[in-house]
Design a protein around this ligand. Structure first.
Ligand code: FNR
Length: 363
């Protein structure tokens, strides 16, 4: 059941440490390096005010959007997050049920602790699959074909994390994945052989990065895919325009929740320049630091077509299972509607940068 002291989505974050072992909470909450980007993601939202507007008729208001030709009830997605069983026994099955209950599109991770087929069966009609390139092309292709066969409507290939950077907080608490947390969808594929390094070779360049994907691999994937392909992890406008030229259906402006390159800009701070480079219509999903409906509003105002939450899913799942995730999403959506109504925006299209005012920094 939902604890009575949950009044907003962020309360799930505050309560999660009571439901999770300290190392697990540190793993979920933490970022890479010194958590600079984790902090930047949150701080960026604080740089903006939302300006109220008066007397506007929003009586026919709604949150519906059309994204890459598909209709969605609202612009709030569930970002791909690995290993939901880490925080809740049913794992992604319950998240998918919650997503269905609130008409949200869930993006299932390659590293889900339930198979992509089981998650598809448990959830609603709107589902996307997040793809990590596998060391062998046959495995990548097989995952793609399985996702297409299971009815995933789009592939989101994540490219910003070719190196796994551990959280210092989780390492300090000796965090380890429990045995039930395996990447269930990857069970059929052989594990990558560890790279053999010659004398003087780098563990990073000639080791980890040797099998990392390049533009050629993306071109190959785009040629293979029968559903639209999005790329997640874009922070540079030049990457955004090059990806559009390569033929991706949309991009996800994201810094992996501050879990990859520490020191990367806040997703929100990267957003306006990327939107400007792509023009007004190119599909653009946003994630990083969203904890309230006002945060979603600000991301939409600065150029996102839709927004996604990452950690909040796991916090809500740990506190109250599927009910918690559905409740957390409802709270966010109602907060978004309140912001829209008070800012005089009847539709998501009407949320533009003119609804925001940059906070004055004290001289
Ligand atoms: C992630 N994220 C992620 N992204 C991805 O493409 N594939 C994945 O498997 C994962 N796994 C993952 C696990 C955990 C524990 C976290 C916290 C994050 C990143 C995720 O999709 C998203 O970019 C961020 O979580 C967004 O930031 P917030 O909402 O968590 O602040």
């Amino acid at each position: 059941s939902i604890p009575p002291d949950i009044r907003c989505a962020q309360d799930y974050e505050a309560l999660a440490p009571r439901h999770l072992a300290a190392p697990t909470f540190a793993y979920v909450a933490g970022g890479s390096g010194h958590d600079l980007t984790v902090a930047a993601n949150r701080a960026a939202f604080g740089q903006w005010h939302i300006v109220p507007r008066l007397l506007r008729d929003v009586g026919t208001g709604n949150t519906r959007i059309t994204l890459a030709g598909e209709d969605y009830a609202h612009p709030l997605f569930l970002a791909p997050v690995a290993f939901h069983k880490l925080v809740h026994g049913a794992g992604e099955i319950d998240t998918a049920r919650a997503a269905h209950a609130v008409d949200a599109c869930m993006i299932t991770s390659t590293l889900a602790s339930c198979t992509l087929e089981d998650v598809a069966r448990a959830g609603g009609p709107q589902r996307w699959f997040q793809l990590y390139f596998q060391p062998q092309r046959e495995a990548t292709l097989d995952l793609l074909r399985r996702a297409e066969a299971a009815g995933y409507g789009a592939i989101v290939v994540t490219l910003d994390a070719p190196i796994q950077v551990a959280s210092r907080g989780a390492l300090a608490l000796d965090f380890r994945l429990p045995p039930e947390c395996v990447a269930a969808s990857l069970a059929p594929y052989p594990a990558a052989a560890p790279a053999q390094l010659a004398d003087g070779e780098s563990r990073i360049f000639q080791g980890v990065m040797r099998s990392a994907p390049t533009w050629d691999d993306l071109a190959w994937l785009l040629a293979q895919a029968r559903v639209p392909v999005w790329v997640k992890g874009v922070l540079h406008p030049d990457d955004a325009t090059a990806l559009r030229s390569a033929g991706v259906a949309g991009i996800v402006v994201s810094n992996h929740g501050g879990r990859s390159l520490d020191g990367a800009p806040a997703s929100l701070d990267a957003l306006p320049a990327i939107r400007a480079a792509l023009g007004p219509d190119f599909p653009l999903l946003f994630d990083g630091g969203i904890r309230s409906g006002a945060d979603i509003f600000k991301a939409l105002a600065l150029g996102a077509s839709a927004a996604a939450v990452g950690r909040l899913q796991l916090y809500a799942l740990s506190v109250a299972g599927a009910l918690g995730v559905a409740h957390m999403m409802k709270l966010l959506l109602e907060e978004l509607e309140v912001c829209m109504a008070l800012a005089g925006c009847a539709t998501v299209d009407q949320i533009t940068a003119s609804a925001l005012q940059a906070k004055r920094t004290p001289c």
